[in-house]
Design a protein around this ligand. Structure first.
Ligand code: OFO
Length: 171
């Protein structure tokens, strides 16, 4: 496997692992603050990021490279409020998108069209994830500081996680 591509894929493994831990920290914070829907959403999201990481690990190894299982930095234990959690999620996803785009660039420069093809799955995934985070933030902006609205939001989020688990059991 092309060395430069291998290094970039390993960097991405670290990013996906860090994303998984970050969202796990958010899930745990939400659970401790009575936000069950948000907590379920974040636990699910954390699992998805772990799956993104595993997909990369397997790809690197199957293509004759060596996947490096990384140590990750400890994520925060406290968050300001519900809105700031989703703002951080969007900010984080935007940085992941940049790194995926960088990976696409490297594949093209190195003429590694197989990896380029593989990475397209991540390009579409990022599109979806950013769009979802923006939709959620728009809803939270409308709710403002209304506690009743916040309660409904959390409940709706729980229902949507349950519904998507039924329609697409694994990602
Ligand atoms: Fe949400 O990031 Fe993975 O790819």
């Amino acid at each position: 496997m092309n060395k430069r591509v291998e290094v970039a894929l390993n960097d991405q493994i670290l990013k996906e692992a860090s994303s998984s831990q970050y969202y796990l920290a958010m899930a745990s914070w939400a659970e401790n603050n009575g936000l069950n829907g948000t907590s379920k959403f974040m636990y699910t999201h954390s699992d998805e990021e772990r799956f993104h990481m595993l997909k990369l690990v397997k790809f690197v190894n199957e293509r004759g490279g060596k996947a490096i299982i990384p140590a990750v930095n400890q994520p925060p234990t406290e968050f300001e409020n519900l809105k700031s959690v989703f703002e951080l999620l969007l900010k984080h996803e935007i940085s992941v998108t940049e790194s995926i785009n960088n990976l696409v660039d490297i594949c093209l420069q190195e003429k590694d069209y197989t990896t380029h093809n593989f990475v397209q799955w991540y390009v579409s995934e990022q599109l979806e994830e950013e769009a979802l985070a923006r939709t959620i933030l728009d809803q939270l902006k409308l709710i403002g500081n209304d506690n009743g609205g916040m309660y409904m939001f959390d409940r709706d989020l729980e229902a949507s996680v349950r519904a998507s688990a039924i329609s697409e059991p694994k990602k």
